[in-house]
Design a protein around this ligand. Structure first.
Ligand SMILES: Nc1ncnc2c1ncn2[C@@H]1O[C@H](COP(=O)(O)OP(=O)(O)OP(=O)(O)O)[C@@H](O)[C@H]1O
Ligand SMILES: [Mg+2]
Length: 372
């Protein structure tokens, strides 16, 4: 089996580090606090939640995970919540009976998901007023089971896109009343997450503990990479591991992906050449997507993106030197371009460090732009 996972979590054996974040999350859960964390895309938010849930299994704490990225409104949210509770409780007979009694009042419809074959529950609710009651009811149901439960809501910033305007207040009020149910909120849009949790006028303000999730430390990652390869009798030296981490910028997904492909090649002695060949192969496979990106933004934005890629990290995009070197026009042009690229999530503004900087979000795209 390829030990470098690229789209799921299996067990601690395949999971690198995150020790302090894991400990903080577990401590918060044991101390009845809700936690929020934001991190850039593909750095390992979902995997961290799954890792914590894996460890909670042994502690008799029920864990519920919902990803609300695809939800459009309060109805979708309520259905996701109901559905995930339903999927947890059939395992426990007496519990599911009680769940059913509570939920019968909400006229549930059970269907089978065509792709996964798992049963899906949806509630036949048409009035907004009904939703406002359903969420507190579902949470109250969990709370009175006298079982410690953690609900992780992934891509939580999505609630800001719902047409209903009172979602934050509704959730905050229901959550506040719970004794046995606690929450982990996580999201990848920095601005929106900040808006929900750090604005003094908004319902969630000061209601949660924050953690930050940065990239995995490269020394720790290097150790992990060596160990995973060596377990399978691959040979790799320290310099070549450094090369991998440099190419992937130590960003979790890109590191995993590059290692995954190197492993998949099956050549037991890894060299700098074979690493470079592998990344070229990945970039070639993605080229179609990169050309599509180019069609989605203006030529000026594309030039700016390329300039940022070449610089790798840029602290002061409005400095004459940068604008002049890359022929980017006026600072007003650059300002507009930066805003558009941040909005489209083509570049990322890392403010979680002493000296904030801009960088291309997708690390493989960054390499491709540099090589072109
Ligand atoms: N600590 C880790 N050790 C090893 N692999 C990891 C680790 N964290 C994440 N991964 C792997 O990296 C990939 C990206 O992680 P994940 O999906 O958790 O990121 P994410 O931040 O939730 O991304 P997105 O913003 O796209 O939802 C996954 O395939 C996962 O298996
Ligand atoms: Mg995720």
């Amino acid at each position: 089996m390829n030990p470098f996972l690229i789209n799921n979590y299996l067990s601690p054996d395949y999971f690198c580090d995150r020790e302090s974040e894991t400990k903080t999350l577990l401590d918060n859960i044991h101390n009845q606090s809700n936690t929020v964390f934001f991190a850039q895309r593909r750095v390992g938010k979902t995997a961290l939640i799954q890792h914590v849930f894996y460890l909670l299994k042994k502690k008799e704490i029920t864990s519920i995970y919902i990803d609300i990225y695809a939800t459009q409104n309060l109805k979708d949210f309520t259905n996701q919540l109901a559905n995930s509770i339903y999927n947890i409780f059939p395992e426990n007979k007496s519990m599911s009976k009680r769940f059913w009694e509570a939920i019968k009042l909400l006229r549930p419809i059970i269907s089978v998901d065509e792709i996964s074959g798992t049963p899906q529950l949806s509630l036949d609710i048409t009035q907004n007023k009904q939703f406002e009651k359903t969420i507190p009811q579902l949470l109250h149901f969990l709370d009175v089971q006298n079982i410690k439960t953690v609900i992780a809501i992934d891509e939580f910033q999505q609630i800001l896109n719902y047409p209903e305007k009172n979602v934050e207040a509704l959730l905050r009020t229901s959550i506040q009343q719970l004794k046995n149910v606690h929450f982990v909120f996580c999201g990848s849009n920095q601005k929106m997450m900040h808006h929900i949790f750090n604005s003094a006028k908004r319902p969630f303000y000061a209601s949660t503990k924050n953690i930050t999730l940065q990239k995995i430390d490269s020394t720790i990652y290097a150790h992990f990479i060596k160990e995973q390869f060596e377990k399978h009798k691959f040979k790799i030296n320290t310099n070549d591991i450094e090369l991998i981490l440099e190419l992937s910028d130590s960003h979790t997904y890109y590191t995993q992906r590059l290692c995954h492909e190197i492993f998949a090649n099956g050549i037991k002695t890894i060299t700098a050449d074979s690493i470079l060949q592998t990344i070229n192969h990945i970039l070639l496979d993605n080229e179609g997507v990169y050309f599509q990106y180019r069609n989605l933004i203006t030529p000026a934005q594309w030039n700016l993106l390329k300039a940022i890629a070449i610089e790798h990290k840029i602290e002061q995009p409005y400095a004459q030197k940068f604008m002049y070197k890359h022929n980017l026009g006026t600072s007003a042009n650059v300002k507009r371009g930066i805003e558009a690229l941040v909005e489209k999530e083509m570049i990322y503004y890392n403010t979680g460090v002493a000296k904030p900087y801009y960088e291309v979000y997708d690390k493989f795209l960054m390499r491709w732009l540099q090589y072109k």
